[in-house]
Design a protein. Sequence first.
Length: 331
Amino acid sequence: MVQGIANWNTEQTEEWLQSYVDDWVAFYRKHTTDGEVASYIPVLQEADPDNLGITIIGKNGITIRSGDDSIPFTMQSISKVLSFIVGCMERGVAYMLDRVDVEPAGEAFNSIIHLEMKQVKKPFNPLINAGAITVTSLLEGKTSDEKLKPILELLEDMLGYRPAINVEVYESERDSSMRNRAIGYYLLEVGFLESDLNITLETYFKQCSIEVTMDDLARIGMILANDGEDPDTQEEIIPRQVARIAKALMLTCGMYDASGKFATYVGIPAKSGVSGGILAAVPPRVREEELPFLDGCGIGVYGPALDDKGNSIAGIRLLRHIAKQWDLSIF
Ligand SMILES: NC(=O)CC[C@H](N)C(=O)O
């Protein structure tokens, strides 16, 4: 560690961190060839598999951006964190947790088997498709646009602008997602849905198609890391209890059936999506004095080449490296 860094100003610190991150992104970009872009939603196949980038937003406005940092992409499964948060804000935590469990499923994100085989009373968790579709059905509003509005408003509160829905991606998923329809029909049959199935699925496909950038994910991550408070304004955007449950879910279920490995080797609450995005929140804790500015930082990653679980292959390796180098694991 560099002597005296604790006394550096923001600019010096940024420069120092930036040089490391640039090297690491250049190195891990080569790893993108080990993965493949998602193809089951046809439009996602158009992404450039070589892309890799990261934004870190930390204390005192410290911002590190590296790699392909301005490419917009759709949230996909990352939106499940937001719909769950909005559900808790609208209905209350107890109402939501009565209807969706908080246990890792240990199956693929779009699995249906665990619902049937174990005859469960509620879906395993809000971050797999069965749970997320159930959560979407619990949101207030009669139309998909009414259900979606509070999600977009929450994003606007965090980001300072209201993100748009990528209509091409929405239509592509809507017209190809037989499996999500199958999950939806199963949920309907067992009585888990509280809204019309078609409206629920329409909302779910739209929330997955909300377009963001790595900077946006890093800001959301920073607010979650700080228990729902925007550290710049001290404003509470997400109730503390809800933000903490969201982080617990991200840590235990956020990377699908690779969540255990991610917790072990990276140790940061995170949520991925099949577009290649990763949202990560680094909760503050007592650290070596030299790196205080990374306490409570948010990280956004984009790398559309995925591993066989549906997580950004180079993105995960990059995060693992950064977490190790900078001691970011919460454990
Ligand atoms: N893992 C994901 O990102 C999945 C989201 C995608 N929209 C789906 O439902 O299949």
